[in-house]
Design a protein around this ligand. Structure first.
Ligand code: 4NP
Length: 147
């Protein structure tokens, strides 16, 4: 799960998937990171953690890190939150197989629409709820697909 800062959108997707993977007894490793290293080492954004916790998901153990080329080897699927993240990740790919792993996260919910998960960082609390709703729905669909 990849976004820009790895403090809002991708840690939410990461946290929800971790819980849903466990609930479904699946053996899948999930992680998240940002294309920027600006927030590396930080906990998820306070408002994102509060929103997640109000829905029963604890993101407090997660720490931000930057996407690295080794992630192409380590993971089979790389979900990005918007087209800017997509371009930044694709730029680091070294093969066609690497590129094929990179998918726009919201295409799971809205196939082929190439929609972005809006960045809630600079907005109000409704933005965080809206992101939660999108990420909850898309992660449900990802789980169904991987079952
Ligand atoms: P995220 O949100 O990409 O969903 O983690 C952002 C967090 C921080 C910044 C940008 C986006 N920032 O510019 O600091």
């Amino acid at each position: 799960m990849v976004c820009l800062g790895n403090i809002c959108r991708s840690p939410l997707a990461d946290g929800l998937l971790r819980d849903k993977i466990q609930l479904n007894n699946l053996q899948i490793e999930v992680d998240s990171c940002g294309t920027s290293g600006h927030h590396a080492g930080q906990q998820p954004n306070e408002r994102m953690m509060e929103t997640a916790l109000s829905h029963g998901y604890d993101l407090s153990a997660l720490r931000a890190r930057q996407f690295e080329t080794a992630d192409f080897k380590k993971f089979d699927l790389i979900y990005v939150m918007d087209s800017s993240n997509y371009n930044n990740v694709i730029r680091l790919a070294t093969s066609e197989a690497d590129k094929q792993k990179v998918k726009l996260f919201l295409n799971e919910l809205y196939p082929e629409k190439n929609r972005a998960v809006p960045d809630p960082y600079y907005g109000g609390s409704q933005g965080f709820e809206d992101v939660y709703d999108l990420v909850d729905k898309a992660t449900d669909l990802i789980i169904e697909k991987l079952k």
